[in-house]
Write a protein that binds this ligand. Structure first.
Ligand code: M6R
Length: 632
């Protein structure tokens, strides 16, 4: 996830040197500056910004940059690189100036590269800006700006912002930013500086976090408090729709409409490690709780009044073959249900590590969809190459732009942001969301969905983020239930239809972080074998949300109950019947049956997390597992 930083020093020296801050080795194996000119205390912006950027590295990024405004000689100097903050430090000469901004970029629009790295500038180089988020209507703004003579240097959505600000600039950076923001749709946390309005940083926020620290050495801007804590514990959190102007005199915050806002200074008590996790105990929990935002990002700019536009060319094909591993394979299984239902295209789903050994019959009438969070999974990469060599068309559903698979085929980005916990959570729900979008877009194009169907479904999709939030609000109930079963010897998960992949994923989450044997089954398959695993008290998690196979699922619940299982049911809020059939109920909001598996998956992620937590497991780094599996 991108990180933005800023600093406005007040001339008094701050201590940036912590003995290891600048000792890392850059991509070429050279010690990056290793304290060469960082003597410990400084009143300059550059070392502070590097230090703040280092503290944001944990968020994941592919390129970095800084811009320093020297308000004495009136110039902005910008340095950026594809690579690490260490690389940036090694290429940046000593830059004088007490005001500056910096960025770690995690690519979403335009590949990782130096030209796409932030800060971005207007054509004149008199404005510099860093941005997190997505400008949804950047393409139309860019076209208009090009028509009026602006020249663009990057492929990013962000670059429209400094150009727009320049367009509106009439001697006041704040009002230019305000006017520019009135033109954009999307999400942003941004910081801007200008040589024409020196002595200030203008910041703004909408749907992307931003915090300002108030320290003895000056003002510190960052995407989260983790970097700032070394300098100050007194912070102001920006809210959506606010613009802040930081000067030597203080911070002045107004709404986008210009109404003054009285902000409370808050004192942060977290230690730096807790701050990286925004106060959550584990990255996995933080990532689970990010899902209302990540789903919003997945949908951003792709859903409109006209329906769905994913911005990828979708060929007219006879068959779709989905290939993936692990959690992404479960997303693929879900994809089969929704693609066949909405777009009426036959879909096969293959485990990538087995794909090649079937000597797959595949040709140019097939579309191979590779689903992968990392974009680096060796089995998936090899399978995509095999399919390509046989002439198939290819599409990636990928989280990491710039990864190997994004270089093999056109890609639909899931936009879940970097996932640090080994257990996939937010990347999974974003994969499901992308598959839903893809199915509806194809269904509309192939006329297998009516306009009314599309409109109804789009309405439900728009509720997804809020509905996930409601599931998260029920975390204390899920925790209570999970804790009761934390000592179980084994678990079974079952579901029918599109709930079956969610059951498989629930079992995988539980086994990988709690080490309890857990299997997922199609509920109708229990009587063909897995029923033998049922004994008195064994916990069975049954996904029984309202869908066309609800009654049948109740029948399967009766089968396991009759043999002694203790059943935890996942059911809709309005389901008043379910309690008669199961021992414990965990609820999801009422929604379309094809969206319900996304919400049930969030319940199961929390369930697995709390079981593992109660057992004292190493949740973010489960034994024997790696986040990115680059061996076959
Ligand atoms: O990066 P990918 O999505 O290709 O990774 C595939 C699997 O290794 C991955 O989904 C794995 O199963 C998860 N870490 C499980 O939580």
């Amino acid at each position: 996830m991108c990180g933005i930083v800023g600093y406005l020093g007040n001339g008094s020296a701050v201590d940036v040197w912590d003995g290891k801050c600048f000792t890392d080795v850059n991509a070429s194996g050279v010690d990056a500056r290793d304290g060469e000119f960082f003597t410990g205390v400084t009143s300059e912006a550059m070392p502070v910004l590097f230090d703040l950027l280092k503290k944001l590295e944990y968020r994941g990024y592919d390129s970095a940059g800084i811009a320093i405004l020297n308000d004495e000689n009136g110039e902005i100097r910008t340095f950026k690189t594809e690579g690490s903050v260490g690389d940036l430090i090694s290429i940046t000469p000593e830059l004088g100036g007490r005001i500056g901004i910096g960025h770690t970029r995690w690519a979403t629009h335009g590949k990782p590269s130096t030209k796409n790295a932030h800060p971005h500038s207007d054509g004149t180089g008199r404005i510099a800006l860093v941005h997190n988020g997505i400008i949804e209507n950047y393409a139309e703004i860019k076209d208009k700006l090009i028509e009026s003579g602006h020249e663009f240097r990057s492929e990013t959505d962000t670059e429209v912002l400094p150009h727009l600000i320049e367009e509106y600039y009439d001697g006041n950076l704040e009002s230019a930013v305000r006017n520019a923001l009135s033109m954009v749709r999307g999400s942003y946390a941004l910081a801007a500086i200008s040589v024409d309005d020196p002595g200030r940083i203008v910041v703004a926020r909408k749907d992307s976090p931003l915090v300002i620290g108030l320290g003895d050495g000056g003002f510190f801007v960052a995407s989260d408090v983790s970097g700032i804590l070394k300098y100050t514990r007194d912070v102001v959190f920006m809210n959506d729709g606010e613009i802040g102007v930081i000067t030597d005199a203080g911070i002045d915050i107004t709404t986008l409409e210009g109404v003054s806002v009285e902000k409370k200074i808050e004192t942060i008590e977290w230690d730096p490690e807790a701050a990286e996790k925004s106060g959550y105990e584990h990255f996995m929990l933080k990532e689970i709780f990010e899902q209302p935002d990540t789903i919003r990002d997945t949908f951003s700019g792709r859903i409109s009044a006209d329906g769905i536009d994913l911005g990828v060319a979708l060929p007219n094909v006879r068959r779709i073959v989905i290939i993936a591993c692990g959690t992404s394979y479960h997303a693929g299984l879900f994809g089969r249900y929704v693609l066949e239902r909405f777009a009426r295209i036959p879909v096969d789903v293959e485990i990538a590590s087995e794909f090649r050994y079937t000597d797959p019959i595949i040709d140019c009438g097939d579309l191979v969809i590779a689903i992968t969070q990392s974009g680096e999974t060796a089995d998936t990469l090899a399978a995509v190459r095999e399919a390509g060599s046989k002439g198939s068309q290819k599409l990636g559903i990928v989280n990491m732009l710039g990864s190997s698979i994004t270089r093999e085929c056109q890609c639909l980005l899931t936009r879940a942001g970097p996932e640090i916990g080994v257990a996939a959570t937010k990347s999974f729900t974003s994969q499901l969301a992308c598959l839903l979008l893809l199915s509806v877009q194809l269904g509309k194009a192939r006329k297998t969905l009516s306009t009314a169907d599309v409109n109804d479904f789009v309405y439900e999709l728009k509720q997804m983020s809020g509905n996930i939030q409601r599931v998260l609000n029920s975390a204390p109930d899920i925790r209570k239930c999970a804790t009761m079963f934390a000592d179980a010897d084994q678990f079974l998960f079952m579901g029918r239809g599109a709930n079956y992949p969610a059951a498989l994923e629930g079992a995988l989450k539980l086994k990988e972080i709690s080490y309890i044997p857990a299997e997922g089954f199609p509920a109708g398959e229990m009587k063909h074998g897995p029923l033998a695993l049922i004994y008195d008290g064994v916990p069975v998690v049954a996904i029984a949300t309202k869908d066309p196979v609800y009654e049948k699922t109740l029948g399967n619940i009766k089968e396991v109950k009759a043999r002694g299982a203790t059943v935890i049911g996942i059911a809709n809020e309005s389901d008043t019947e379910i309690a008669k059939y199961v021992d414990y109920v965990l609820r999801i909001p009422d929604t379309d049956p094809w969206i319900a598996p996304v919400l049930s998956s969030v319940v199961l992620q929390l369930f697995a997390y709390y079981v593992a937590h109660h057992r004292g497991c190493e949740i973010d780094k489960p034994r024997n597992l790696a986040k990115s599996v680059t061996v076959e």
